[in-house]
Structure formats: C-alpha cells, structure tokens
Design a protein around this ligand. Structure first.
Ligand code: SF4
Length: 501
C-alpha cells in the first residue's frame, strides 16, 4: 500500500494529482482531501512494498513553470515543466493543468511508481477530439504530432494512429449545421449475461416478463421524437439498433420495431441501418429475412474470441462453430457490411490466443472488425482478481499485434475511443475495408451530429455546430426506473430538440 500526501495551496492541483493517479490506480482511496491510498495492482507497475510519499507542488507564472518535488523514504525527486513555444490555442488555466499532469507523470515515473501509459496524460474517452481541434485551427500534421508527443506525452505510435484516423474521418465530419440526425435504439436483453459485461444487459430468463412493456415504452419514445423531426423537416441519416442483443427479439417483434422506425421518419436516400446481432445463437434464418426486408445495411456478429475455452470462461453459451455458421448464414442474405467485434484482454488469453482469433476472423473477411480492449471497470472477474491476468507488457503487444495484422490484411482504422480502467492502457478501434465505414460510429464518437437515443441506458447528444452547443441526456440503466420515467425522459428530449433544431 502506498500513501500519497499532497502539499499544495490549490484544491484544483490536488484534484489533478488524483486524476493522474487514477490512470494507474483506478481504485485509489481518499483518506481525506489531500491524502490518498494506492495499492500496487494490475495497472500500477513496480511498487510492491508499503511506502509513504509526500508530494509538493508549486506554480510560477511569467513564464509559467510547474515544479514538483516527491519524497519517498530517503529518496527525493524533482521535476519541473516549463511552458515552451510553439503554443496552440489553450487557456492559461488549462495550460497550467496540462503542465502539472506532465510533471506528475514524469516524477511518478522517475520514482518508479508507474510505467507511463502510451496515451501519456490523456484521460478522456475521445482523444481524437483534440486532433480534430488542432486540425480546425489549421495546425500542420507535423506540428500536431509534435504537440501530441511533447505536450501530451503520447507514444509516437499512438500519436500516429490518432493522426491517421483523424485524417480518414475528416471528409465525413459535418462542419456546419445540417438538417440531419441519427438514432440509437437500445434492446437491453441478452440470452445470458457475459461475466465481463459493463452494459445494461438483462437476461431474458430473469427479466423477460418486462419485454412487452419495454417495447411499448421504446415505441413511445420513437414516435414522440419522430413528431418533432417531422415538424422541423429533419431527416435521419443513420440508425443503430444496439444493446444488449437486439436479435434476441422474435422475428415478429423485430419486424414491428423496424416498421415503426421506417414509418415514422424521413430518411436520407443512403441511410445506414445497423443491427447488433451480438450473440450468434440468436440469428435465425427467419430473423435475418426480417432484417433483409427492412434493408439493414450493417449487421454485427460478435465473436469476441475464437477460443472455446474463453467463451466458456466469460459465460457465453455458444461455440466458435456457431459464430462461423451465423456468419455464413448472414452472408447468404447479402448484407452490405458485416461487422465482428473482438475483445483483447479476456481472462486467460495471451498473444498466441489472440493471434488464432485474428487468423480465423480475417479468413472470414467481414467488412468491419472492431477491436476492443476489455473495460475492467465493472468486470466482476477482474475486480475479484481471481483470474489469470495478462501482464501489461503482453497487453500492449496484443494491441500492436491486432493493429499490425489488420493493417496488413487491408483494414483501415476509422474510429477510436478509450474507456476508464481499460486493459493495458489500450483503446477500442473500429477497422473497415476501404469504403465500408460505419457512419453512426463516427458521428457518435466525434459528437458532430445530434444523436437521439431511445431505451435503457441510451444516451442522446444534442449538437449545434453553429453555437458549439453540446448537451447529453442519459436514459437510466435500470429497466424498471426507465419504464417509470419514460414520459419525462421523452419530454426532456423533445424540449432539447426544439432548441437545437
Ligand atoms: S452480449 Fe454484450 S450486452 Fe449482452 S451480456 Fe454479453 S457483453 Fe453484455
């Protein structure tokens, strides 16, 4: 256990110390406002013994300098960060905070308390937004790379990955207000709950008695929102039916839901419609016929791994053969894009397991492959630390392996996001064969279009590019709470739409 005591006149600085420590020690405990306890764990690197750390912070202005002193046992470490040109547009307070993050990362690393994350001091879910902002400001690619590496401490390969994706996304990002929105519809039911799951997902066995009420509430939200869009003559560009596992619905329920969507909105001519059929055992010929009849353009079949032993370990009830069968069946229907999700960091898996999974998925050649690093935040298995964890060094090698193999097979990364407590300080990356990107993913991640979310756990983003307005409304993750509050949630969204559109 390590006790960290912070000496600083500024509560904002103490808050930043906590934030930086949480990158490496997500389960940091607060003893009081300036005293924290951290333990050596999966994220933390090398410190094993009990230690006491005193951390002294000082800020000087004109020129801006952040000084940090760290005392640990009989050792003392110093580091200072000086604001140096070339600068990018950044408020003075934000610059001081960024320099403090850099200084802290550096001093913790000097004291061997951490091994720096390849993502440097970035903690956000959407690192691409920084790059898009640099691009909006007309900064050259070379200078963007420099800023990412020097001013945010990213490893070069991560900085290059961001830049590559940002340039790929650029032509597709709306730059001005357009009369278009996207829809997200959530079906939070699954055959069983995977042990690693951090989504709202209710097993049908236990919660199925609420399904009919749920579909009714969802329809109410859809119709309520569609009325505002019709009044304002707004069209829908993309629809994403996610979950949970939407294909857990019967063919009749799927047909009804898709008909409600089809009948109540005006769409752009090339509208995108994604359906997540995450669990292969839920994909029947009859359901695929329904999806085809409603012109689904993208179907997601999510193996996560092609190791039978892991599937069992994570609580999935299907086999690797089921995945391949479902894929070939879906192919018969000629969906323009099939996506397959993989997860790196599943319990017990090493580089060699990932290699096998990648080989088998690449042999199928789906148009999209999405590679996630496991989010550990609510994964009970990891919390209890009862499983065989892969070391971070191997973890980064696994992420690199996926990237290299996919690039070699012609897949291009086109969106990226990160999560808190993510495996091996990794990232989630969507890859696509040329010309096959999923616009919904891109628009949702970069927050440049209004997205209306309906259903349990769905988030709605109201975006006005003219005024830089961005507001989010989150539906509850609890299904009973959602059913009670659906009218109120709908009204809030309708009110927000009236303002933004
Ligand atoms: S299929 Fe997806 S949403 Fe359902 S339990 Fe598994 S991880 Fe969660």
């Amino acid at each position: 256990m390590i006790r960290v005591k912070v000496f600083s006149p500024s509560t904002d600085q103490v808050r930043i110390v906590k934030e930086v420590l949480r990158i490496y020690f997500p389960r940091l405990k607060e003893i009081d406002t300036t005293n924290f306890l951290i333990s050596s764990n999966y994220f933390s690197g090398t410190v094993k013994a009990d230690k006491k750390i005193n951390l002294y912070l000082e800020k000087q202005t004109s020129p801006l300098v952040i000084k940090v002193k760290l005392e640990m046992d009989d050792q003392v470490f110093f580091h200072e960060e000086v604001a140096k040109p070339p600068f990018f547009s950044e408020e003075e307070t934000n610059r001081a905070r960024r320099l403090l993050r850099l200084a802290l990362q550096q001093i913790f690393s000097l004291a061997k308390i951490i091994k720096p994350s390849p993502w440097g001091i970035l903690t956000g879910v959407r690192p691409l937004k920084i790059v898009q902002r640099f691009m909006d400001d007309g900064i050259t690619p070379e200078n963007i790379l420099n800023h990412l590496i020097k001013d945010y401490a990213l490893e070069e390969r991560k900085a290059k990955l961001l830049l590559e994706i940002a340039y790929r996304q650029r032509p597709f990002l709306p730059k001005e207000k357009r009369n278009l929105v996207s829809l997200y519809l959530g079906i939070p039911f699954c055959p069983t709950r995977c042990y690693y799951c951090s989504f709202p997902a209710f097993s049908l066995d236990r919660w199925g008695y609420l399904l009919a009420d749920y579909l009714q509430a969802l329809e109410k939200e859809i119709i309520g929102l569609s009325q505002v869009l019709q009044e304002k003559e707004i069209k829908v560009q993309t629809v994403y039916l996610g979950g949970g596992t939407p294909t857990i619905l019967s063919a009749g329920q799927l047909a009804k839901l898709l008909t409600v969507v089809q009948d109540n909105f005006a769409f752009v001519p090339d509208r995108e419609l994604t359906v997540e059929g995450g669990r292969p055992e839920t994909l029947t010929r009859e359901k695929l016929e329904v999806l085809k009849a409603h012109q689904v353009t993208r179907l997601s079949i999510n193996p996560q791994t092609m190791q039978a032993v892991t599937l069992e370990r994570i609580g999935r009830k299907h086999s690797c053969e089921d995945i391949i069968t479902a894929y070939h069946l879906a192919r018969e229907f000629g969906f323009p894009v099939i996506n397959m999700d993989l997860i790196i960091g599943l319990p017990g898996e090493k580089r060699v397991d990932l290699d096998k999974t990648l080989n088998e998925i690449l042999a199928l050649r789906p148009e999209n492959i999405t590679v996630h690093a496991l989010a550990l935040k609510r994964a009970a298995y990891y919390r209890q630390e009862k499983i065989d964890l892969v070391l971070p060094a191997e973890g980064q090698a696994m992420l690199d392996l996926a990237h290299t193999k996919l690039a070699k097979a012609g897949y291009l990364p086109y969106y990226l996001y990160r999560q808190k407590e993510i495996f091996a300080h990794g990232e989630n990356v969507g890859y696509s064969l040329p010309g096959k990107i999923c616009f919904y993913n891109l628009l949702m991640m970069e927050e440049r279009q209004t997205i209306l979310g309906c259903g349990v756990g769905a988030s709605s983003k109201f975006v006005d590019l003219e005024t830089n307005f961005l507001e989010s409304i989150y539906n509850p993750k609890d299904i009973l709470f959602y059913l009670q509050r659906v009218d109120e949630l709908l009204q809030r969204k309708v009110d927000n739409l009236q303002t933004v559109l």
